[in-house]
Design a protein around this ligand. Sequence first.
Ligand code: FE2
Ligand code: FE2
Length: 208
Amino acid sequence: MLDIDRAIIEFDRAVRTLSGAAQAARAMPRADIDPASLTDAERRHAAALMRINHCGEVCAQALYQGQALASSNNRIQAALEQAAREEADHLAWSAARIRELGGRASLLNPLWYAGSLALGFLAGKLGDDWNLGFLAETERQVERHLQGHLERLSPRDSATREVIETMQREEVGHARTAQALGARELPECVKRGMALGARVMTGSTYWV
Ligand SMILES: [Fe+2]
Ligand SMILES: [Fe+2]
């Protein structure tokens, strides 16, 4: 494919990711609670948590995109396609749930998107084993982080819980896929650096 064609496709993907116009291929997991039956505080809290998750999914889009741009291994690309499709659904579901809760997406999304794209590209350039190691560790951290959200969410908010639990299950699958493809275990200091970056992201996105 011509470089210019590729650039247009990637740019289009970035715009769709950041504009909130992404469409899910699968219906959003549903539970039987109407957001109106939550208190205002519960709704605001859930919307802020989903704003963080949505930002995480924006970052996932950028990571997978950066990884695909940097790596030319077709076997890995094909194996990651399913994960990338599920990430696209997570992005659309989290945006939809924020809307249902009356919240808004983070203003910082473009910033985190750019940073994640650069990181994904860098990881892709380090070689497939490091690249997959980075993906696997990211997915594991996201999974733990979603667990934290399930514990902080109002027990009455089964609708938001249903979305988060489905995403969490699938993130576990993504980590396993990267592992099975030959992910290398990252050094502890890199894992800690990633966790620190994630804390800055979650801390700021809850409010902004
Ligand atoms: Fe995801
Ligand atoms: Fe994932």
